[in-house]
Design a protein. Structure first.
Length: 350
């Protein structure tokens, strides 16, 4: 008869435990709750968890109790941050914290007409979605029409413009209520998402690519296998480590949105074990892609530039390094729309 001898190796926390540790870190250790960046980071974390089917023990959420119990007073004094405050409160309730403050603060935001202070249709759409979660929203058909017109303008997204690309993905998030229903995107809007994905791929922009792939999945489409294989590989490149003096600029957003994508694609997210105390998120091995080099080369070609991909292919490949060439080749293979994308991207004179 043999005995099984334990060698005392630490057991890796399961997904729910890792997410709970991450919540504690973001709530208590990265920033002070009076910092607007605390609101931003915690709103993003809770939104990712609430819209990815996270299963958390109710007691884990109690780390936010001091915030939750004072949210009405915070809204009264800081109405300029109402979208952060509503988002955090509503996501806490949806994740399981005990209380119903969300209904009251949504009514307050509606009665005070806080959304009328917004100049951006994107921010108005976010506000409408938040209020609608507790039955306080309105059906602004004109706003929705403007949003759909924007995301259907495919040429906008064939050009490097990160602001426009992120607005595109967020509009799809709002139209789909974060994947809860079909956003009924037009073919032009789906094309816009593919173009934004191509630019993210050529730039090797991991953060934007994660959002594009989530948006495509919310629209009922399976993103390019090339893109998602890259995301799955790169999610293993994060390192969670202690921060000696609180949190500075780090890769937390890439970590969150790629984990969010993973939850919808059947891949592993939230890798690593969050540390106690202040946490920094680093991403190893994140070189940029050839997007800038390709754009500069095309610009300097001037009148010799063509919008025909097959005609320009050899010229571009002759000035790119081996890895840059691989990325460009994979871009062309990742979607049947690459030729159409290149026609807009090249901006041939005449």
């Amino acid at each position: 008869m043999s005995n099984v001898i334990s060698i005392g190796l630490p057991r890796r926390p399961n997904l729910s435990q890792r997410q709970g540790q991450l919540l504690r870190n973001f709530a208590l250790h990265r920033r002070d709750s009076s910092d607007v960046f605390w609101l931003k980071e915690n709103a993003e974390l809770l939104n990712v968890l609430a819209t990815s089917g996270a299963s958390l023990r109710p007691e884990v959420l109690e780390v936010y109790r001091p915030f939750y119990d004072t949210v009405a007073g915070r809204l009264a004094f800081f109405p300029q941050y109402y979208r952060f405050l509503l988002s955090i409160c509503l996501d806490l309730e949806d994740l399981g914290i005990a209380g119903d403050a969300g209904t009251d603060i949504c009514a307050t935001a509606r009665d005070r007409k806080l959304a009328t202070a917004e100049l951006s249709d994107l921010q108005r759409a976010e506000a409408e979605r938040l209020l609608a979660r507790r039955g306080q929203g309105t059906q602004d058909t004109a706003l929705e029409a403007r949003l759909r017109r924007f995301i259907g303008s495919t040429g906008t997204f064939a050009l490097p413009n990160k602001k426009a690309a992120y607005e595109l993905t967020h509009i799809v998030f709002y139209l789909s209520d974060y994947g809860r229903h079909d956003p009924a995107l037009s073919e032009d809007a789906l094309t816009s998402l593919e173009y934004a994905g191509l630019l993210a791929w050529l730039d090797q922009d991991f953060d934007l690519m994660s959002e594009v792939c989530v948006a495509l999945r919310f629209a009922g489409r399976v993103p390019s296998e090339i893109w998602e294989d890259w995301l799955a590989l790169e999610t293993g490149g994060f390192v969670l480590q202690p921060a000696a003096h609180g949190s500075g600029a780090d890769a937390y957003h890439e970590y969150l949105v790629s984990s969010w994508w993973a939850s919808h694609a059947g891949a592993e997210g939230f890798r690593g074990t969050p540390v106690e105390g202040a946490l920094m998120v680093e991403r190893r091995g994140a070189p940029r892609g050839p997007l800038r080099r390709i754009s500069e080369y095309l610009f300097h070609l001037g009148a010799a530039r063509s919008c025909d991909w097959e005609q320009m292919r050899g010229l571009l490949e002759s000035v790119l390094g081996e890895e840059e060439h691989r990325i460009l080749t994979c871009a062309a293979q990742s979607t049947a729309r690459f030729g159409d994308f290149f026609e807009g991207f090249a901006r041939a004179e005449g």
